[in-house]
Design a protein around this ligand. Structure first.
Ligand SMILES: [Zn+2]
Length: 85
């Protein structure tokens, strides 16, 4: 588990970044995609004891392996490479 610069825990799974949406008993946590607020992405995730037990919904965007601007530039590079081929 990672943390944002503000100290909030975040979870990376299959290239998508999640933030905590709700905590419940028995160590179960419901996560929502970090793009949920801005892009209204419906991707969600359930974990129990930090193990992913369920994924819900679909993302409306491409995955990013790390948060931040570095990923955006890498994605653009990939696009350029595809066009070159
Ligand atoms: Zn998403």
């Amino acid at each position: 588990m990672m943390e944002t610069s503000r100290g909030k825990p975040i979870l990376e799974h299959q290239g998508y970044i999640y933030i905590i949406n709700k905590k419940s008993n028995n160590n179960k946590i419901i996560w929502c995609c970090r793009n949920y607020r801005h892009n209204q992405c419906r991707g969600r995730l359930h974990t129990i004891d930090d193990q992913v037990v369920l994924t819900v919904g679909e993302h409306n965007h491409e995955p990013s392996h790390l948060p931040g601007e570095v990923i955006a530039s890498r994605t653009k590079m990939n696009d350029a490479a595809n066009q070159t081929g």
